[in-house]
Design a protein around this ligand. Structure first.
Ligand code: ZN
Ligand code: ZN
Ligand code: ZN
Length: 335
């Protein structure tokens, strides 16, 4: 008797883009990996991406914008809200399709977490070190792609390299730089003025750092396509088009295309590569959240400039509860 078929669906925040794929129940749970590579961080604006290989999906690709992020990889994101839905890897004999797991409407048991890819590119372990174990299962940590029997990265040995492309300029200028993968969004952020009152809590212990916070709410998840979205909270007066240049306004096109995810919430994303860029509440004038995945520097968590709040925001809404719980625990126990 043939195995029963299960059809799974994925949707972005604005619901203009949907996809579905069918597979035999015997193929479940589907292997899932977390990717921490620079391309994933800088096209999603998050600290990592979460993908599963799926059969060729049923979808309308013309409702999405495609972006070729490397020679063999094409990514598709929603034209309206910017959510990355799908990746396709062309190479070898077959096309391989990968879905953004965080957008799939399914219980967590459908997935089997296998581990972390491209951890080396984070320089500091990034978000991988927060999720060393999920649901009691040890996660693989690979320098690059998962290779059976090779390249496994031992945990707890994260020494920041002396020189990292782009980092030296950031260090030298004493600022932060946010840049998406295609480079269409590229701006600088001054560090907080120690004497100036912060526009919004949380207050950092170190007054010369901005605060950062991870959020798992549905709006963040379905626009960034990541079940964990990481934001840094800055004064909009800290935005600069070039280092040490005049300020730019928070309405500037420098921040990308605007999508209103709620009546009082404006988000922006790069309309070329799909990276989430910013998030702002109308009532919180002067305060802006910037997608942490865009930050350049020595270490993907940018801890020389950012103090991460040890509590993950809105965990009660988690789409992937076990992975979220692991991450939240990792954040709580970090440093
Ligand atoms: Zn959309
Ligand atoms: Zn990647
Ligand atoms: Zn871009």
């Amino acid at each position: 008797m043939p195995s029963p078929i299960r059809t799974l669906h994925a949707t972005c925040h604005c619901r203009a883009t949907t996809l579905s794929f069918a597979l035999p129940c015997t193929a479940l749970p589907l292997p899932v990996h977390f990717c921490h590579c620079t391309i994933c961080r800088k096209t999603h604006g998050t600290l990592f991406s979460t993908h599963a290989e799926i059969p060729c999906p049923d979808t309308n690709l013309s409702a999405m914008t495609s972006y070729k992020s490397s020679e063999h990889v094409t990514k598709w994101f929603c034209k309206i809200c910017g959510a990355h839905m799908l990746d396709r890897v062309d190479g070898g004999e077959h096309l391989k399709w990968y879905v953004a797991v965080s957008l799939v409407d399914a219980e967590e048991e459908v997935w089997k977490y296998t581990g972390h890819h491209f951890v080396e590119s984070t320089k500091d372990g990034g978000a991988a070190v927060m999720m060393g174990r999920i649901g009691g299962v040890e996660m693989g940590m690979w320098k690059e792609r998962k290779i059976e029997g090779g390249g496994f990265y031992e945990r707890g040995n994260w020494s920041l390299s002396e020189s990292v492309a782009g980092a030296d300029e950031v260090e030298e200028k004493g600022m932060l730089r946010a840049k998406c993968h295609c480079g269409g969004v590229d701006f600088w952020i001054a560090l907080p003025d120690v004497d100036e009152a912060r526009p919004e809590p949380p207050v950092t212990k170190n007054p010369s750092k901005w605060s950062g916070r991870h959020c798992v709410c549905n709006s963040c998840r379905t626009t960034t396509s990541s079940f964990i979205s990481s934001w840094i909270n800055i004064s909009s007066s800290a935005l600069q088009e070039k280092a040490k240049s005049p300020l730019i306004s928070e309405d500037s096109a420098c921040l990308g295309t605007t999508y209103k995810s709620a009546k009082d919430v404006s988000r922006t994303f790069c309309n070329v590569c799909g990276a989430s860029v910013s998030y702002r509440r109308e009532e919180g004038a002067g305060v802006l959240k910037i997608a942490a995945g865009l930050l350049e520097g020595r270490g993907s968590r940018a801890e020389s400039r950012i103090e991460w709040i040890k509590e993950v925001h809105e965990t009660e809404y988690a789409r992937l509860p076990q992975a979220t719980q692991a991450f939240a625990l990792g954040v709580e126990n970090a440093g």
